[in-house]
Design a protein around this ligand. Sequence first.
Ligand SMILES: C[S@@+](CC[C@H](N)C(=O)[O-])C[C@H]1O[C@@H](n2cnc3c(N)ncnc32)[C@H](O)[C@@H]1O
Length: 240
Amino acid sequence: VVNGAGADPPVDAADFERRAERYDRDAEVAIPGYRTLHELATALLRGSLPIEARVLVAGAGTGMELAVLGSAAPGWRLTGVDPSAAMLDRARRRIAGAGLERRVELHHGYVSSLPAGPGYDAATLLLVLHFLPDDGAKLALLRSLADRLEPGAPLVLADLHGEPGTPAFEGLFRAWGESMRAAGAPDDEVAKGLQAALDSVHFVGESRMAALLAEAGFGLPVRFWGGLLFGAWICERVRG
Ligand SMILES: C[S@@+](CC[C@H](N)C(=O)[O-])C[C@H]1O[C@@H](n2cnc3c(N)ncnc32)[C@H](O)[C@@H]1O
């Protein structure tokens, strides 16, 4: 499915087209505990969803969480949404490799271009929201998700976060470079990776994240995973 024009424009989609080929390898190097994040997100959803459920995967990328979630629960139907065709191509191959085609639907576009109204029992938004500026775009994406979730449905969210310029942030940022080196990235790649993050990520602190979630219609986030500047939370679509 290809989306209608114009929704949610602030991310440079061409940037993800370029990154798609290297994404899986880069993610393993740059995100401490990348696989653990997906395993824990899956464990949380298995712990709270019924045997049959509809799960919305926003920013599906190369399909990592579609494959992990789809393999974990044979009764779940998944919808993966992403504005990057190159990322979705890779997701499609990963899904086929895992034999999940019949339970996974891919939507080329944005959450806001999916049919309106509730219908999903859970959603994931892993490593996506940090790319949107906090000028209404982060809130709009969270609201689009809230609008499509049943009351009480869980949202699993992971993001880079923190307050640039604070000693805590700067210390974790330097350590991030060291962790990429330790994972085998050469110096020039580390420098490029850190600069790309500074250029493309719109960092907010944990309390701002909680305020955005509340404004969009979600309850208190509970943190379940973290590594340096990365964090992940689960919260619920408020009832009524
Ligand atoms: C860093 S990747 C994360 C992929 C995957 N969720 C994972 O955990 O590996 C971010 C993805 O978000 C997508 N994206 C960017 N802006 C988006 C938006 N407004 N709505 C949905 N997805 C978006 C990008 O195309 C990219 O595939």
